[in-house]
Design a protein around this ligand. Structure first.
Ligand SMILES: [Zn+2]
Length: 234
């Protein structure tokens, strides 16, 4: 018992606190170069093939955050995307819920209502992605991108990095092509951009296509987020 006590005391002194900074949701990448980082969310069933074909043609890498609902409707497509070296699958939650402990309603979607429900939201989708595609995502984004502090901690406990965004040009699929172009052109070095990939009847692909020449004119290139793990910041 005395030994255990000594061990606990020693442990208390050896304990190095993880900085709060390191445990926050990551919104951007700390780079000086003109790099941008594209992320796509697949929240519910649907598939914008025009957007994916554009990315392939232009060799633009993207992290694709898939929800459990989307995965269950598109297992073959998920497998194909996971095998494409241009794309990285991310975990967008089993039920696409805000990651919370007291079930607030965010953008009309009820958040998880307890730490256990939040944990299941992360873990069940991670398992589903791995079962259907073999991939083991490193990134998590909650449904609606909303987390409370416990939600963020739960993501880190599962060895995942919560990744949000700094630029969201399509406003959940409601924006016009002109607005999408304007918003894309606000991007600055290191920004993480969110577009939705489950909304084929929107001008998201055409907006991105229109903005690309100007972004290239400004010397922007799209980076692969996995290559910048140590540069992720908020
Ligand atoms: Zn979503």
């Amino acid at each position: 018992m005395k030994n255990l006590f000594i061990l606990l005391i020693a442990g208390a002194f050896l304990w190095v606190p993880v900085s709060v900074e390191a445990q926050l949701v990551k919104n951007r990448v700390g780079v000086d170069q003109n790099k941008l980082f594209l992320t796509l969310d697949a929240c519910v069933d649907g598939y914008d093939s025009e957007l994916l074909e554009l990315l392939e043609k232009q060799r633009i890498p993207a992290v694709i955050f898939v929800s459990g609902n989307w995965l269950k409707s598109n297992p073959q497509l998920a497998k194909q995307l996971s095998e494409n070296p241009l794309f990285t699958l991310g975990n967008h939650g089993y039920h696409h819920r805000p990651l919370t402990v007291d079930a607030p309603v965010v953008y009309g979607i009820r958040g998880t209502g307890s730490p256990e429900e939040a944990r299941q939201e992360v873990v069940k989708n991670q398992q589903l992605i791995t079962r259907l595609t073999g991939a083991e995502p490193e990134f998590f984004r909650a449904g609606t991108g909303y987390y409370d502090d416990t939600g963020v901690a739960i993501v880190y406990q599962q060895d995942l990095i919560p990744v949000n965004f700094t630029v969201t040009p399509d406003f959940g699929g409601t924006a016009s092509e002109t607005v999408i172009v304007e918003q894309l052109l606000t991007a600055r070095p290191g920004d993480i951009i969110l577009l939705h990939m489950h909304l084929p009847a929107t001008p998201i692909a055409s907006g991105l296509r229109r903005a690309l020449p100007e972004l290239r004119q400004r010397q922007f290139e799209f980076g692969r987020l996995l290559d910048y793990l140590d540069k992720l910041t908020n």
